[in-house]
Structure formats: C-alpha cells, structure tokens
Design a protein around this ligand. Structure first.
Ligand SMILES: [Zn+2]
Length: 113
C-alpha cells in the first residue's frame, strides 16, 4: 500500500481505488492518484510546483495483514521481511514501512503537467 504524506498539512492520503482519480490532501496543495494500482505506479501533484513537500509512504500489505492477535513486534517484522518481494524497497530497507520523495523509486513520480 502506498500513501501520500503532505508536509504542509500533515495529512496522509490514500489514493482512490480507481486509476487516474485524484485525491487531495487537506490543504489541497498535493494530490495523489494511481496510474496503475495493480502495478503499484502512482503520481503526486503539487499545486505550487516546487515538488519538495510531499512523501510517498509504502506500507507492507503483508505486514498490515498480520494475524489479528499479532503486533508489529521485532519477531513479527523479521518473519515478514523473510517473505517480502525480492528487489522491493521493503527488502532494501529491511523495514515494513518506507518513505521516499516521488521519483526516488521507479513506481512513483511527480506530475509534471
Ligand atoms: Zn496538504
């Protein structure tokens, strides 16, 4: 799962389920939408065109789907990291959560209009 984090209003926005449908943060500066949600590719728009005040946050779906009686303990995180997709940011960071600016990985980018 990918989310937008706006540094201006501190909102966290989940892109709409439908490809190409935008959703804005609370202050309306940033928007986020899926190019192809099955491939995990998304775009972030910035109404001020400075492109430096938003992050994309990646959350491991497997981590989110931990059994209801489990928490994100060190052991649970370790177990999940053994099963992450090879070459993924989760593998590279050894974390079930990552944060990058749009464009810092191949699946996210700024909308350049
Ligand atoms: Zn905002």
């Amino acid at each position: 799962m990918k989310l937008l984090f706006c540094e201006d209003c501190k909102d966290i926005v989940c892109p709409p389920y439908v490809n190409l449908r935008k959703k804005f943060c609370n202050c309306k500066r940033h928007s986020v939408w899926w190019i192809d949600r099955y491939k995990g590719t998304l775009k972030v728009g910035d109404n001020r065109d400075k492109n430096n005040r938003a992050y994309v946050i990646g959350l491991s779906n497997k981590g989110l789907l931990l059994a209801p009686d489990r928490q994100w303990t060190k052991e649970a995180v370790h177990d999940n990291l053994l099963n992450v997709k090879a070459g993924s940011l989760f593998e590279a960071t050894q974390s079930l959560v990552w944060r990058q600016r749009p464009g810092e990985n191949e699946n996210t980018s700024w909308d350049t209009k």
